[in-house]
Ligand binder design. Structure first.
Ligand code: NAD
Length: 257
């Protein structure tokens, strides 16, 4: 039975990915912020979906030691970790001249450095067992920029560089590393962004959805969490052994423009 760790899986995309892996029978290690009772309810619900075990580890993505402990706890409990999904992320939208320095530091730490710490801790086990799947959730903002998102765009471009490097290091050990680059997905992270963007651009929230968000995506539709979860499951499979070091858009055509 394979084991997957998904950071930031108490909400949104990470939760959808965790659900899908649980359904497929993986052991799942949940992580993220939230209320204890809600997290326990999620853990129990996911444990009932497939044959695998589901545990929660509360590592804060700002803390490298806790991230290493997340990996080592999973290895101890399940014997091995086959798949890691660095997914946790936050956003802040503001002009660079007003961008709070603390927000820059937090976004770089949570959206980029936490992926480094997770991969660093998981790589020895993956190389040893000659199998590993590293599936980072980057963003279309790993490939192109938008104004007022300096830290987020920098961190997501960093994720793309990180998976390329790790792909080369893992290539002869059966370890692949890729980044999924979603366009806009309707999750709590985006709902917050709609309000922030409206403020930064002095627009109504409705105009932000129609003129900023859906304007970027030629399909004029949000990407669905379930679509990303299915893509992640495919990248975890044996069929994708030759896909590595890639930044793979799922963005309704956004980055084709
Ligand atoms: P979300 O806000 O619904 O979920 C974020 C998750 O990260 C939550 O589980 C939260 O608890 C966790 N998290 C935040 N800070 C943390 C910390 N310090 N330690 C541990 N966990 C922490 O957001 P989402 O939309 O599901 O985003 C998930 C990932 O997908 C992010 O990396 C985001 O950048 C990326 N993404 C989202 C979209 C989108 O449109 N929603 C598009 C492209 C990429």
């Amino acid at each position: 039975m394979k084991t997957v760790i998904i950071t930031g899986s108490t909400s949104g995309i990470g939760l959808g990915i965790a659900e899908n892996f649980a359904q497929a029978g993986y052991n799942v290690v949940l992580n993220g912020l939230g209320k204890d009772a809600e997290i326990e309810a999620t853990r129990m619900r996911l444990a009932s979906l497939g044959g695998g075990d589901v545990i929660f580890h509360g590592a804060n993505m700002l803390n490298p030691d806790e991230i290493a402990d997340l990996v080592h706890t999973a290895e101890k409990k399940f014997g091995s970790v086959e798949v890691i999904v660095p997914n946790a992320g936050i956003q802040h939208v503001e002009k660079i001249e007003d961008f709070p320095i603390g927000k820059w530091d937090a976004i770089i730490a949570i959206n980029l450095s936490s992926a480094f710490h997770l991969i660093r801790a998981a790589m020895p086990g993956m190389k040893k067992q000659k199998f590993g799947r590293i599936i980072a959730i980057a963003s279309a903002h790993g490939l192109v920029a938008s104004p007022y998102k300096s830290a987020y765009v920098a961190a997501k471009h960093g994720i793309v560089g990180l998976v390329k490097t790790v792909a080369l290091e893992g290539a002869e050990f059966g370890v692949t590393a890729n980044a999924i680059c979603p366009g806009y997905v309707e999750t709590p992270l985006v709902s917050g962004q709609i309000a922030d963007t409206a403020k930064a651009r002095d627009m109504s929230e409705e105009d932000v959805v129609n003129e900023v968000i859906l304007k970027a995506q030629p399909t004029k539709q949000f990407v669905k969490v379930a679509q990303i979860a299915a893509f992640a499951a495919y990248l975890a499979s044996d069929q994708t052994a030759q896909i590595t070091g890639a930044a793979l858009p799922m963005d309704g055509g956004w980055t084709a423009q």
